[in-house]
Design a protein around this ligand. Structure first.
Ligand SMILES: [Zn+2]
Length: 108
């Protein structure tokens, strides 16, 4: 199954997103990042079920993309990525607190 979506981005013409759903899920987007085969916000939004910027209303097709994504091998990598981001947020918070503590120790 091949599903095509159009998203209004920063360019005058909408970007074309294509989701090929077969044994695996493969994607393409005509935006500058997508042309370089780099993950873009358009692809990410749609696989997360966010229809922001979507020109045509295709709720069933969005559901199909989300379902295919959830069943894909890429979902495990996505989960790993999100887990890392969570750890990174925790580390940022820890770093901020220790820096504050360090500052308090110096400026008495
Ligand atoms: Zn894109």
């Amino acid at each position: 199954m091949k599903l095509t979506f159009y998203v209004q981005g920063s360019a005058p013409n909408p970007y074309e997103l294509i989701f090929n759903i077969h044994d695996t899920l493969t994607v393409s987007c005509s935006c500058p990042a997508g042309e370089k085969k780099t993950l873009c916000k358009h692809i990410l939004r749609l696989i997360e079920g966010d229809t922001t910027g979507l020109i045509t209303e295709q709720p069933d097709n969005v559901d199909s993309v989300c379902t295919a994504f959830l069943a894909s091998d890429a979902k495990n990598i996505y989960d790993e990525w999100k887990h890392c981001e969570g750890e990174l947020d925790d580390l940022k918070e820890k770093t901020k607190n220790i820096k504050r503590k360090f500052s308090k120790a110096l400026f008495k």
